[in-house]
Each structure stands twice: as C-alpha cells, then as structure tokens.
Design a protein around this ligand. Sequence first.
Ligand SMILES: Cc1ncc(COP(=O)(O)O)c(C=O)c1O
Length: 346
Amino acid sequence: MKKFIDLRSDTVTKPTSAMRKAMVEAEVGDDVFGEDPTVNILQEKVANLLGKEASLFVPSGTMANQLAIKSHTQPGDEVIIESSSHPYNFEGGAGAALSGIQFCCLQGVRGILEPSQIEEAIRPADHHFPVTRLVCLENTHNRGGGSIFPLEKMADIYRLSKSRGLLVHLDGARLWNAAVATQIKPSEYAQWADSVSVCLSKGLGAPIGSLVAGSKLFVDRVHRFRKMFGGGMRQVGIIAAAGIYALDHHLERLREDHQNAKRLAVGLKEFKGVSVDPRHVETNIVIIDVAGSAMKGSQLVEAMKKGGVLIHAIGNTQIRLVTHLDVTAEDIEKTLKVIGEILAKK
Ligand SMILES: Cc1ncc(COP(=O)(O)O)c(C=O)c1O
C-alpha cells in the first residue's frame, strides 16, 4: 500500500508498538461498576493535571463537550460561543438536539473572543429573552488555526462570567498543545473554567478517548448523563492504558509538531497564490488560502494526493494542514517539494 504523508488531521495517528503493548498488558475491570483500575488511574491523573477534583473518561471529544453542555444547562438556555468553534459547527447539532440549548455565536479573531464581546452578548434578566447560562471557549482553537487562547483573556472572561452568574466550559481537545507551546501548565489554563474537556486521540496519538473534568458534583452529574447518552463502557482500561501511555510519553514531543508546522508555513508562504502568515502558526495547525492561485482548494487537494500528500480543504479556497506524531521533519520537506511541483515560487 502506498504510504501517504497524512496532514489532514492530528486524529489520523496509529498507536505505536509501545502503546499497543501498554494496551495489551492493561489491568481491566467493569468500568460501569467503577472497577477498572486503569481507567481510575487515568481519571485521577487527568484531574490532577487539570487541577480539578475529578474527571470522567468518555469515548470522544464530542461526547465530552456535549456532556458538559448538558450538565451545565437547562433546555431553552443560551450558550455563548465563538462562531467557528467545534461544539457549534462540528458536533452534529447536538447542543440543540441533546440539551435543547441555543447558541449565541460571536465572531472571534482566529477563534479568540474578547471579554467585551461576551459582556455585550449576556442577556438582560427579562422573560422575553433566553437565559444566558454558559460560555464555551476553545483552546487551542481548531478553525482558528491552532491559535492559543491567551491565559489573561481566559482569566478576564472567567471573572466576568462569575460576576454575571455564568458558567465557563473549556473545549481543551488540544489544551496540551497550548500548554507545551507556552510552558503554561494545563491546570493554570483550567483554573479559568468550571469544566474542561481534553482529548487523548489528537496530538497525543491515542486511538480513542477524552475526559471531562471539573468539581466532584459536576462530574457526578456528567456520570449520570454519560449513562443516558450510552457512553458507559466496560473493560475500557484497554483504551485508557493508551491514554496513560500518551500522557507519559507523547506530551513534550508536541513541541516537534509545532516546529514542523512553523517550518511548513514558512515554506508554503514562498509559493505563488498561497497566503499564510507563519506568525499565526502557534501550534500544530496551518491554515492556508489559495484564492490567489488558479486552483480551488479541492483541486490542490487532489493534485497533492497524486504526489502522496493528504491535506484537507475546509472551504472553497482554504486548506488545513496538521502536523502530528506520524509526520517527521523530512515529511515536511517532501510536502514542500510536492507542492513545488504544482505551484510556482513567488
Ligand atoms: C477543538 C475540538 N473539539 C472537539 C473535537 C471532537 O473530538 P472527537 O472527534 O473525539 O469527537 C475536535 C475534533 O477534532 C476538536 O478539534
């Protein structure tokens, strides 16, 4: 089988041999009874990393976010969120379907919202309006191009939210990337949110798994809804073991992904018709716009595929390239060579 360089997403990684070994050797039990020792170790580890009282293992980032939304809200409530965020755009309309909430979408700069925007969006206490209940942030921001939500801004939004009686949820699917890039601990970010979801199956390279963290009371509520959503799993330590392995071995190496993404952006900028600002590449995601070339995004995707590189069109002219565990510095140079066979240099 032809080996592609796969830059479509950081979710495409395959478990390493060492990770598979950890999975095979995992001690397991029935986690619906709370008896899987490996799951319990993972939950405690993630709660500690995030400085929260508890955390709960769930199958996906989508379920983690939606359980948090469900646990924090009542039907009819309004949730303030950035307009290109994951929970609003890419979770199948679950907020409306499963929690009966409506989103109030605010446009950020590369996904980052200002506290003043949020303040303006909070509804007055008047029975005509929905009740503003929750603010959702995303760090790093996927469609923002892996942008890092600045700690100070998170702190200001949290303080504002508390002063107005709102809850804050952080979609931290890639919080690990933010932490490694800034050297700010995940718990320092997480202190500015009532609940946090994190993924093990993105940059960290585990095949499955996310966690939702928060107070014991909140996680108890999440537990009930996880059952209701069908997310209770049995001898799931076999998967939790991959997550523990990933946290122990793949966290610090995210730095390499960030270096590769930066190098990719610097190289791509040299091609005619490609617009990208490498200064905006803060972590492992590069978003380019090919509006200035004669090609549509989908045409460049096809041409790159013929050259052995998979990339992902996210709009007519926008393309996303994501670095991860299975992409080397050499792969980045190969990718630039392949694009060089399609587009001329500036
Ligand atoms: C920011 C963000 N949140 C949540 C998710 C959902 O994760 P999952 O695919 O595990 O449902 C993703 C997936 O890419 C994401 O990028």
